[in-house]
Design a protein around this ligand. Structure first.
Ligand SMILES: *Cc1c(COP(=O)(O)O)cnc(C)c1O
Length: 379
């Protein structure tokens, strides 16, 4: 059996968890939480990093920081995970869904321009499969209309836009360490705050609406309830696990990029016949080996390829369903069409992709895809 995903343990996770237990502090914001945050601040020069229990939580924090009021509009790609939109709906925002680019699932800045209104508060971008959105254009639109930009960087660890690390460009960014991502802690995430106007308030919201962080830094002599907030901190057990992974970031990224390139190189000849598309990489973006997808010619072919691989116990899968057509939001969204979001949703297949995917298994997957298309061509 070749699963779609398999969580990778880098080796010292248990050791660090034990160490955190023996240090006598296993709640949040202790030794390992700070080690992880420093890792990102030092390696990517993010201004402020706060570990959270998930990327969803980091997005919810950013929605609070943006001070969404009921009726405010937030522009969100339709082709994304529910949390990208849900975090803002929870604060009363109306989601204005934007379409993908013609040849890439990422949000199209041309579409964003058409959707900005006097009620717009923020633009959320998702760097799909770790490939950067055109951030210069998006930041320029935001500047012209006085909007805040949040990068949903759940896929985008260690990936770049014009040599700038993703997560360091928007006013805020959120990362995920869910077990399906490159670097994992079971559940886990991180909020990045790049705009110093929000630094103090982000710590308060993180600590249940109290100024507890300022208290620990010795800035106030008691801590009190000063704002809204929630319990967004992960426990030290989670952070200890995460730190063991971060120490192996280079090794994990190197391996994942090798796997990605092998799929790409070995499927290229087939795709040149135009029977499917391989991921395109704009010149301003890097590939971080987050996931590997192909774009089939139709949903029927995509589904039959999934079934075909499944017969050999190879678990490939589809990806996002368009959020503007979801049972929860289609009424509110109305009839406005987003054909590219639907196009990618119908046609994308993601292949098994994980650190320990063996050479033999990957060869078998590639061979089966060749067989599938050769049989289909014969009719
Ligand atoms: C995984 C993912 C999330 C949610 O991450 P969690 O850590 O599970 O909350 C949000 N957005 C995108 C684009 C994702 O892929």
């Amino acid at each position: 059996m070749i699963p779609f995903n398999k969580p990778f343990l880098s080796g010292r996770e248990m050791e660090y968890i034990q160490k955190s237990i023996s240090m006598g502090k296993i709640s949040g914001n202790g030794f390992y939480t700070q080690k992880c945050q420093q890792f990102f601040e030092e390696n990517y020069h993010f201004a402020q990093c706060l570990l959270t229990t998930s990327c969803t939580d980091a997005l919810e924090m950013s929605a609070i920081l943006v001070q969404i009021q009921p009726g405010d509009e937030v522009i969100v790609p339709s082709f994304t995970f529910v949390s990208t939109a849900n975090a803002f709906v929870l604060r009363g925002a109306k989601i204005i869904f934007a379409d993908s680019q013609p040849h890439h699932p990422n949000i199209d800045p041309e579409e964003i321009i058409k959707l900005v209104s006097p009620r717009t508060k923020a633009i959320i971008v998702v760097h799909y499969s770790g490939v950067a959105c055109p951030m210069d254009e998006i930041m320029e639109i935001a500047k012209q209309h006085n909007l805040l930009v949040i990068e949903d960087a759940a896929h985008a660890i260690d990936s770049y836009y014009k040599n700038k690390p993703l997560g360091g460009i928007g006013h805020f960014a959120s990362f995920s360490f869910h077990e399906t991502k490159n670097i994992i802690s079971g559940e886990g995430g991180m909020l990045v705050v790049n705009d110093a106007r929000f630094t103090n308030r982000s710590e308060i919201i993180w600590e249940k609406g109290t100024n507890r962080t300022a208290f620990f830094k010795g800035e106030v002599n008691k801590y009190n309830w000063v704002d809204i907030g929630s319990s967004f901190l992960p426990s030290e057990l989670t952070s200890a696990f995460l730190f063991a992974q971060l120490e192996n970031l280079k090794k994990i990224q190197t391996k994942r990029k090798i796997l990605w390139l092998k799929y790409f190189d070995r499927l290229k000849d087939l795709s040149e016949n135009g029977i499917f598309d391989l991921p395109s990489l704009p010149s301003y973006a890097t590939n971080n080996g987050h996931l590997f997808y192909m774009v089939c010619q139709s949903s029927e072919i995509r589904d039959s390829l999934i079934r075909y691989l499944r017969q050999d116990n190879i678990y490939a899968t589809f990806h996002y369903l368009p959020l503007h057509l979801s049972p929860f939001y289609k009424q509110i969204h109305g009839a406005r069409k987003l054909p590219r979001s639907e196009y990618f949703s119908d046609r994308i297949i993601r292949l098994p992709f994980y650190y320990e995917l063996s050479d033999d298994d990957q060869n078998q997957i590639i061979e089966k895809i060749h067989l599938f298309y050769n049989q289909n061509r014969k009719g």
